[in-house]
Write a protein that binds this ligand. Structure first.
Ligand code: GLA
Length: 390
């Protein structure tokens, strides 16, 4: 199956860029976050896993320092730039993720060669499953494969995050690039975003299913809401620091301290802080409960997370709220919540294996009746992080 997909991708590559030479294939998965939302840029905890939908790149080295990128998603467009000149953002904009990665790798002193590359993507673009991080990490992996170099995955993730900031204009945290680069099959990753330490916790495939439901509302993080949330968290830290000088980020704050500082900050900033501090606690606890196979407890924490994102952090939308509410009426569903940055995209549900069919049918029926469009529902196992396939 995988062989066929690679052969088809290489055929397309030869059609776009011509035959001959050694063509490598690399992949980088998408991700779903089980819990721990909007905590990463607060030095907190997240609990994502790498998923089956992915970005694949067929690539071949060029000796003239040029990079040419095609995409099966945008078959009539070609991105072109030279590694020898300053790399600027440009059109088509989907190329900015790769432009950014090339620029950051060069700035970090990594010697790259030019390449022709064809991208293919089974992740929904704008679906909140980190298709952008997958493109970034896959691009980095392709450059490294052609240069015959290896790079620590955490370092690669940091370079890709920088590309996201500087070339895609989203001041994202480190969660997406880290899990995409460093996921381990069959596990979710409890990541401490302060020091990048990771604990991998198994997801027992005999007992659990991870179901992703795409609301088909496109999420958009470069629109300013994401950056605004970050600023509000910083404002909270600024206030909390006055009484607690040791506080560097919301990660260092307790709920008691937030409550005590309530009168000193705006009501909105207070609610943002309350979400982040509560979400950090929920994330650490959920990882522990998953490890202990206390699935009902994990599920409850997921629903609390959703409610907090809806009411305190205000990054949900009616479609996501509806999907979570409906999912929770189905027998055998432990928990459900919006996942990723928000404002559209997907929910994630943790269920018993036998609940999947009923959940899928129920969501198709109720969501379509309510919003006049079909959600996309799929089950995924946890896969490994980015790799060179051939
Ligand atoms: C986006 C960002 C991540 C993280 C999530 C919210 O996916 O890229 O860094 O902040 O939103 O948890």
């Amino acid at each position: 199956m995988q062989q066929d997909a690679n052969a088809a991708l290489k055929d397309r590559f030869a059609q776009v860029f011509g035959p001959g030479g050694k063509v490598h294939v690399v992949r980088a998965p998408g991700r779903v976050n089980l819990i721990g939302e909007h905590t990463d840029y607060n030095d907190g905890f997240v609990f994502p896993m790498a998923i089956e939908p992915e970005v694949r790149i067929a690539c071949r080295t060029r000796t003239d320092g040029k990079v040419r990128l095609g995409s099966t998603v945008f078959p009539n467009e070609l991105v072109e730039f030279s590694l020898q000149n300053k790399i600027e953002r440009g059109k088509p904009t989907w190329g900015n993720y790769s432009r950014g990665v090339a620029a950051e790798m060069i700035a970090a002193g990594i010697p790259l060669s030019g390449m022709d590359a064809l991208l293919t993507n089974t992740l929904p673009v704008g679906g909140g499953l980190s298709s952008s991080a997958a493109v970034e990490v896959a691009t980095g992996t392709a450059f490294l494969a052609l240069a015959g170099l290896k790079l620590d995955q955490t370092r690669l993730a940091l370079l890709c995050q920088k590309a996201e900031h500087d070339y895609a204009g989203v001041p994202s945290g480190i969660m997406d690039q880290t899990i995409v680069a460093s996921g381990k099959p069959g596990t979710a990753m409890l990541l401490d975003c302060r020091d990048n330490s990771k604990r991998f916790i198994p997801i027992d495939a005999n007992e659990l299913r991870v179901v992703i439901v795409n609301s088909m509302v496109k999420h958009e993080l470069s629109g300013g809401e994401y950056a605004q949330r970050r600023r509000q968290c910083e404002e909270g830290v600024h206030v909390l620091k006055q009484d607690h000088p040791q506080v560097r980020a919301l990660r260092d704050v307790t709920m008691q301290q937030v409550e005590a500082a309530k009168g000193k900050m705006s009501e909105v900033v207070y609610r943002r802080c309350r979400h982040v501090v509560g979400e950090n606690e929920r994330t650490v606890e959920a990882a522990k409960k998953l490890e202990d196979r206390r699935y009902e407890d994990v599920g409850k924490l997921m629903v609390q997370s959703h409610n907090s994102l809806r009411d305190d952090y205000e990054v949900s939308c009616p479609e996501l709220d509806f999907l979570v509410e409906q999912a929770m009426t189905v027998k055998g569903v432990y928990g459900a919540r919006m996942t990723g940055g928000g404002f559209g995209g997907c929910i994630v549900a943790l269920t018993q294996p036998r609940a999947v069919e009923g959940l899928t049918d129920h969501l198709h029926q109720t969501y379509t009746a309510q919003f006049g469009r079909q959600p996309s529902v799929f089950v995924t196992t946890a896969t490994g992080g980015a790799s060179v396939i051939e």
